[in-house]
Design a protein around this ligand. Structure first.
Ligand SMILES: CC(C)(COP(=O)(O)OP(=O)(O)OC[C@H]1O[C@@H](n2cnc3c(N)ncnc32)[C@H](O)[C@@H]1OP(=O)(O)O)[C@@H](O)C(=O)NCCC(=O)NCCS
Length: 178
């Protein structure tokens, strides 16, 4: 477990798959994600089998909140594309339980992943990509300490229009200084 103040990050298990399917088929949740085709449980089960063979540091983690003496699963996060030579990695997150949006859990999850990435995995640069239209996510990442690094113009086609994709990152030196 990776444990924070209000949240903990745990490994994904097969029992999580039905809730992943429900979350990732919710149009509001997937609006900020690179998903555009409905997901089935069969597909998710295949994804799970593949994921079990992924490098351990790149496996996704379930975000759990401590609510009324119980741990409640609300979303998913993790590193992908870890580049060990350059010590950089991309991360991603979604909170599928929308009633928990806007309460700082996203920023707290990101801070926990940054701590894990810098202080356990010994990374030097942690970055993410976010649609310029995803203003909630951008604000949450800024609150977690991410710096605006650049912009890929018209990089995604969503709902009949091109949107820019922002690159945001945190360097190890910035994390140490903070
Ligand atoms: C993006 C996501 C992880 C953020 O998590 P969260 O817990 O909701 O976000 P936080 O509470 O940490 O921060 C949200 C911030 O955005 C602000 N906000 C909310 N709606 C906003 C809007 N429409 N425009 C601008 N800011 C907004 C909130 O007020 C808050 O800022 P504040 O704490 O300074 O007041 C979560 O909303 C989510 O999973 N969304 C769906 C999937 C997704 O888009 N994933 C990201 C892909 S890059």
């Amino acid at each position: 477990m990776i444990v924070g103040e209000r949240i903990r990050l745990r490994a994904v298990s097969r029992e999580d798959l039905p809730r992943f399917v429900a979350w990732l088929n919710d149009p509001e949740v997937r609006e900020g994600l690179e998903l555009y085709f409905p997901l089935s449980l069969d597909f998710e089960e295949k994804w799970y089998e593949t994921m079990l063979n992924a490098p351990v540091d790149e496996r996704p983690l379930v975000i759990e909140l401590h609510i009324a003496e119980a741990w409640v699963a609300v979303g998913n996060c993790g590193f992908h594309k870890i580049d060990w030579r350059n010590r950089s990695a991309e991360l991603g997150i979604f909170i599928g339980e929308k009633s928990y949006w806007n309460q700082g859990y996203g920023a707290e999850t990101m801070r926990l992943l940054l701590k894990h990435g810098f202080e356990t995995l010994n990374l030097n640069c942690i970055f993410l990509r976010v649609f310029s239209t995803n203003t909630r996510a951008i604000r949450s990442y800024e609150n977690a300490g991410f710096i605006h690094e650049g912009q890929m113009r018209q990089a995604e086609y969503i709902n009949g229009a091109y949107v820019d994709v922002l690159l945001m990152s945190v360097l190890r030196s910035e994390w140490d200084a903070a």
